[in-house]
Design a protein around this ligand. Structure first.
Ligand SMILES: CC(C)(COP(=O)(O)OP(=O)(O)OC[C@H]1O[C@@H](n2cnc3c(N)ncnc32)[C@H](O)[C@@H]1OP(=O)(O)O)[C@@H](O)C(=O)NCCC(=O)NCCS
Length: 211
């Protein structure tokens, strides 16, 4: 299936909010209490994305397949440093390079806005996301015991050079990604890590180990 990437426009708001709500449920099922997965329990996605799409300091990109929004990312700045505000891909479209490409697009955008580095916070329990960010070059630089959504422990990941992240804004195949990681002396996630469901993952500390 061909995936198309572009900056978001106002009429995408409902599609992005729906994809975000679905990605949230898919990611957190089994990892948080069921009551925290009820619609609305994580805030109003429609309001959040409406606000972002009307804020000139925030850039939003979407990934589309068959006319449906299957992924989105938002970036901006906090205290003068580039930040990734959100990144999501529907489960049915994950592990195909969509998240990588969205991160690369956001890196290019932040570079064009004059930033040199970028960071984000991710809940420690979201091991798939942490493995993903590490796989595309993010370094864990900080931790906060209750800094994540729903007060969960969170890790801060940072790309010292936006150029390294902007590299992924291209047609990069999985084998190319693996080669690049090898050239950088980084390891690919193991087959078990790649195929495991999030709730079957090993403890975050094991998955985060840099071998
Ligand atoms: C995190 C997320 C954006 C990754 O998007 P994606 O399109 O699946 O990622 P990609 O296909 O570009 O993967 C890039 C690399 O990340 C790693 N990776 C991605 N998903 C993985 C998984 N399920 N298991 C292990 N490694 C994974 C791999 O190393 C992969 O590279 P490879 O295919 O060459 O081995 C996606 O899983 C998602 O939307 N999750 C739900 C929302 C979320 O958690 N957002 C982050 C909030 S902090």
């Amino acid at each position: 299936m061909r995936v198309h990437y572009r900056p978001a426009i106002a009429t995408d708001t409902a599609g992005i909010a729906a994809a975000h709500a679905a990605a949230h449920r898919e990611t957190w099922r089994g990892l948080v209490e069921d009551r925290d997965l009820r619609p609305g329990s994580s805030g109003d996605y429609l309001a959040r994305w409406t606000q972002r799409l009307s804020d000139a300091s925030v850039s939003v990109f979407v990934a589309e397949a068959d006319g449906q929004i299957i992924g989105a990312g938002a970036c901006g700045a906090v205290d003068g440093e580039g930040v990734i505000l959100d990144i999501l891909v529907l489960k049915s479209m994950q592990c195909r390079g969509v998240g990588t490409r969205l991160m690369g697009l956001m890196a290019c955008d932040l570079k064009a806005r004059g930033h040199g580095s970028v960071s984000l916070w991710a809940p420690e329990r979201n091991v798939v996301a942490i493995v993903f960010f590490r796989a595309i070059g993010g370094d864990i630089v900080d931790a906060a015991p209750t800094g994540g959504c729903k007060g969960l422990p969170a890790l801060r990941l940072r790309w010292e050079s936006l150029d390294d992240l902007a590299f992924w804004n291209g047609s990069v195949s999985p084998s190319h990604r693996a080669q690049t990681r090898r050239a950088r002396g980084e390891q690919s996630p193991s087959a078990a890590e790649r195929t495991a469901c999030p709730d079957a993952f090993p403890p975050a500390s094991a998955a985060l180990r840099r071998d």
